[in-house]
Structure formats: structure tokens, C-alpha cells
Design a protein around this ligand. Structure first.
Ligand SMILES: C[S@@+](CC[C@H](N)C(=O)[O-])C[C@H]1O[C@@H](n2cnc3c(N)ncnc32)[C@H](O)[C@@H]1O
Length: 379
């Protein structure tokens, strides 16, 4: 992503993921520490964090209830703990399939069973799944940093083109990214935390050389904004192109003087008719908070136009997996069958052996004069 003039930052190239832990998990007398996890760590960390966000979870569930008609076929891409899939089943869907690439898929199965609904949970990356039919509703909580971070939007678009019937519903249908230039000395201080730092006489300044290219997560208020928010880009999951690259930009004009420290970025996602998930500085707090993209600090007066360009690199074209698999799919559900003679399922399927040329014995390396061996002996 490129932010403001002169700051070239590949900050959101589809790799930035939300990594914050649940607030309750990192504070308090008893706390969950991911590195000590010996069981269902994801449920106590990442997913607890997500499920605790009532705005996020509540708005998605409402959208599912609004979209799902009795007897619909629904697929939940990235089902996680299975909550949205369960909501779809409760709304009367005939078939609900939850796809989850991690072992939290087991928790989703348990959640469905405990709530007395039928959800078929497949543990697999969506690109590796084949489905025998087309669906009425594709739901996915696929929203990363500033709405576009992570790799799920591309996965949702590929799934849409393969699995959704014409006129089917995608949740979310559209993501709009907003931005505002901000004055925030605290955020700026974080970015410059290495400036002038010495430890035991060792200068650490150089560690800060690239941190201005990071995206940070933070919460802003209208007090930080130097200008009213501007829409920076839109991505359409319902009808937009398969390519998940996004470019956009905007110019914000300051309404007061101050020091520009960077841009706050956030998103609004249209989940269903009249149902918008908002994550801006003036909205109710969510797990996403806002992003902070630093720029070199500079004073600006009121009425100054400040430009932003936003470029999220796509992940490039992929072979359309479902197309080939569908053709020879034979109606089987889900992950491709293990190779003949082995494999316990897709996730554990070994790669086919790669033919290698026969090894030639290596001639002994000539001993160099004056060389030192690993024991420190000079030869
Ligand atoms: C943000 S979480 C949402 C979980 C759940 N749907 C919810 O709303 O609470 C996204 C989930 O999608 C899974 N995931 C991400 N990309 C995936 C893919 N391509 N195929 C299957 N699962 C994926 C992640 O492991 C994670 O559990």
C-alpha cells in the first residue's frame, strides 16, 4: 500500500492479519497465554476475541437471518467456531456447510451438535474444497485490517464464482474503506520508539528504519482527525472482479491546523439491506478498531489538501480449483480424496514424491591453507 506522497509502503499486501488477543485474555489475574496453550488455544485467544465483539458478531448474525430463506443452501467460508453456520441452520436453511481450515473446525461441529442443528463442517482451505452443488447464500466473516487485509476476500470471490447460484447472496456484499489524516503524538511516538535509544552503549536507532512502513492498530476519536473522513476505495464481493487487488485514493482537506502524523483507516461493510457494519472512530468499538498508517510528521494549516493513495496488492491469478474438480467431482463432498495407498485426509496428504537426479558422491573439498576447522584448529 502506498500512503501519501513519498511514503512507499507495502503494508497491506494481503498478508497483514489481525493478531491481537482477546482483551480479557491478556489482562487480569488469570490469563490465557498463547504460548502455554496445550489445548483449544484458538478458542481462548482469537475466537474468544471475535465472539466477544457484539457489534461484529451481532451484525453478521442479523445479516444471516435476513438473507437465509427456509430450504436455502448456505456455505460459511471460514466458519471458525461455527456461530454463523449455526445461525443459518437456525434460520431454516436446508443445508449448511461450514468450511474451516484450522482444527477449530472440531469446535464448530461441537457447537452445531450442542445447538441441535445440522451443519456439515469441513476442515480444509476453501480453495481445496469441491462442492457438489450451487448455493443460495455465501457468508464469510472475511474482513481483515481496514477491511481488506488478510487473504479471505480473494477466497470469497473465488468461492462465489464457483459455488453461488446466479442471483445468490454474498455476505458481506461490499466493503468501503475510509481514511482521515490524523494528529496523534502517541502513535507517532510508538513509531519512533527506537530513536536515540541505547542499551549498554549500543545504538538501536537503526531498528526503527522500517517501522514507518508498518500498519498499526489503534483507536482514534474525532479529536485526532485533521479532516473529515474520505472514501478511499470500495471492493464489491457480490459482483466485483475475481482479482483481489484494490487501488484507490482520495484527498482530504484539513479543517484545522496541526501536525500530520499519519492516516487512520477503517471500513464499513454492507452485510445486507440496510445493515452496515461500521468500524470508524465515531462508531461503537469493534475488534478491528482502526488502522494507523504513519507518514513523516509535518505541520499543516487549515485548508491543506492531503493526498492518499491506497494499493492492496492482489495475490495473483490462481488455477480455478473447483472448475477442474467439479468436472470430475462425481458428487463427492469436500476435500479431494487421499491419494491411492495413503494419506489420512487432505490436510495430511503427503506431496507426491518429486523425482530427483541420482546423487553423485561429492569430491572432498580441497583444504585451504590457513583455514580454521569447527574445533578451531588451524590447518
Ligand atoms: C475472522 S475468523 C471468523 C470466524 C467465524 N466465522 C466468526 O465469525 O466468528 C475467519 C476464520 O476463517 C478461517 N479461514 C481463513 N481463510 C480460510 C480459507 N481460505 N478457507 C477456510 N478457512 C479459512 C480462519 O482460520 C478463521 O477461523
Amino acid at each position: 500500500m502506498q500512503v501519501d506522497s513519498g511514503v512507499d509502503a507495502e503494508r497491506m499486501e494481503g498478508r497483514v492479519r489481525l493478531t491481537t488477543e482477546a482483551p480479557g485474555a491478556v489482562t487480569g489475574r488469570v490469563r490465557f497465554v498463547p504460548t502455554l496453550n496445550a489445548g483449544s488455544g484458538e478458542v481462548m485467544g482469537f475466537h474468544r476475541h471475535l465472539l466477544a465483539d457484539r457489534v461484529r458478531t451481532g451484525t453478521f448474525i442479523e445479516a444471516v437471518r435476513q438473507a437465509v430463506q427456509p430450504a436455502d443452501f448456505v456455505v460459511d467460508l471460514g466458519t471458525g467456531t461455527g456461530l454463523l453456520a449455526v445461525a443459518a441452520a437456525q434460520a431454516g436453511a436446508a443445508t449448511v456447510i461450514g468450511i474451516e481450515r484450522t482444527a477449530v473446525a472440531n469446535q464448530a461441529r461441537a457447537l452445531a451438535a450442542a445447538n441441535n442443528v445440522q451443519v456439515k463442517v469441513v476442515q480444509c482451505a476453501s480453495d481445496d474444497v469441491r462442492l457438489p452443488r450451487i448455493f443460495d447464500v455465501l457468508v464469510s466473516e472475511c474482513l481483515g485490517l481496514a477491511g481488506l487485509g488478510g487473504a479471505m476476500i480473494g477466497a470469497v470471490k473465488r468461492a462465489r464464482d464457483l459455488w453461488l447460484k446466479p442471483g445468490g447472496v454474498v455476505i458481506p456484499r461490499r466493503v468501503r474503506v475510509f481514511a482521515a489524516p490524523v494528529e496523534d503524538p502517541e502513535a507517532d511516538a510508538l513509531v519512533h520508539c527506537w530513536d536515540g535509544v541505547r542499551v549498554a552503549g549500543v545504538r538501536l536507532d537503526v531498528l526503527g528504519a522500517h517501522v514507518g512502513h508498518n500498519l498499526y492498530i489503534g483507536s482514534f476519536t474525532d479529536h485526532h482527525l485533521l479532516a473529515p473522513p474520505v472514501e478511499a476505495c470500495v471492493t464489491d464481493l457480490q459482483v466485483g472482479p475475481l482479482d483481489d487487488a484494490v487501488t484507490g485514493g482520495a484527498t482530504a482537506t484539513t479543517t484545522r491546523s496541526g501536525t500530520l502524523h499519519g492516516w487512520a483507516l477503517w471500513f464499513e461493510a454492507d452485510l445486507a439491506d440496510g445493515l452496515v457494519l461500521r468500524t470508524g472512530p465515531l462508531d461503537a468499538p469493534t475488534v478491528w478498531e482502526q488502522c494507523f498508517a504513519p507518514v513523516p510528521a509535518r505541520r499543516v494549516g487549515a485548508g491543506t489538501p492531503i493526498g492518499l493513495t491506497l494499493r492492496v496488492r492482489g495475490r495473483g491469478p490462481r488455477p480455478p480449483p473447483g472448475a477442474a474438480r467439479r468436472a470430475g467431482g462425481g458428487g463427492a463432498f469436500f476435500p479431494p480424496a487421499p491419494p491411492p495407498g495413503g494419506g489420512r485426509g487432505h490436510a495430511n496428504r503427503p506431496h507426491p514424491p518429486v523425482p530427483r537426479p541420482p546423487r553423485r558422491p561429492r569430491p572432498p573439498a580441497p583444504r585451504r591453507r590457513g583455514s580454521v576447522d569447527r574445533l578451531g584448529h588451524r590447518h
